[in-house]
Design a protein around this ligand. Sequence first.
Ligand SMILES: *Cc1c(COP(=O)(O)O)cnc(C)c1O
Length: 375
Amino acid sequence: MEKIKRNILLNPGPATTTDTVKYAQVVPDICPREKEFADIMKDIRAELVKIVHGDPDKYTSVLFCGSGTINIDVLMNSLVPEGKKVLVINNGAYSSRAVEVLQYYHIPYIDLKFKYDIRPDLELVEKTLQENPDIAVVHTTHNETGTGILNPIREIGALVHQYNAVFTVDTTSTYAMLPIDMDRDNLDFVMASSQKGLMAMTGLSFVVGNKEIIERTKDYPTRSYYCNLYLQYDFFNRTGEMHFTPPVQTIYSVKQAIEEYWTEGEQGKYDRHIRVWEAIHKGKDELGLKDIIKKEWQSGMVVSIKYPNDPNWDFEKIHDYCYERGFTIYPGKISTTDTFRLCSLGAIDVPDIEAFFRVLLEAMEYYGVQIPAKY
Ligand SMILES: *Cc1c(COP(=O)(O)O)cnc(C)c1O
């Protein structure tokens, strides 16, 4: 097996992958309607539930061909009965995306907005639930990938269930990185895509959710054809297949990535991401760079760094300098502050981060950016 050039992706997904995952895609051509392929999907569906400690009698996973946003689309358009609304607990770009999806489907919602650098006020969440008995679904984001703030989903979930609503959480940037447990964390639906925590190729997305709730949606208003949860779930149940053509090669890469996930282990993988994140903080501090989210509120998956207040700082130039040397950095997602992000996703470890900071130091010196960074 020839080694493939290794790029260190510090963007928030797709992540750096192993060569074994890359090569897992190279297989003899197969029609995905063959039983052999359906068996692979069946195993993957079971594994995806297991990764979040879901009881297989209670939870299932439903696969879709698309990027992670398709999951938000599916859950928002499929889980809301006629005359009911969605409460979005929103402190960042990804919860705002759920709000946009609701707008596109003309589904009633409450956009409970908080500042991007604070955690949601649970008293306000409870008050909103109390005053709006027509809330059927509550949605939020676990790790707001735009900033790296981690939201207290277990506490929110307890409130949501107290008011008999369904809790959906965008776990795209925590799934298979940070331990998640469906029952312990009071979750009804979580989601992710192949190219983030699982460290596989792009193209497969999935939700893990409560079967009984999915069954209940059978007679709910149908607002989308391609992105309907019940339709896809029911098709899987009846045939073991995706309703339409699956991303065949990506699915082979996911099969391999899941094997590698269990080899590394839930705790081992989490520890590695945290050690990478700590190395990012160390490198950042040495250059005098400043982050924007209180460290104890950070997910450990993203460090969001403010642009230095220096006329020689030009993100594009710094990006290009690093990119040419195999390191990819990524702009932030906050409208009010200019930031860039360094993420601890992917098959990387501390030496990769140390190598990156040597390159970043060089880049800053090359362009005459003051060190330590000025603010
Ligand atoms: C990456 C990500 C998504 C999905 O984004 P796509 O570009 O559609 O893959 C959704 N939510 C969160 C929190 C993410 O980090």
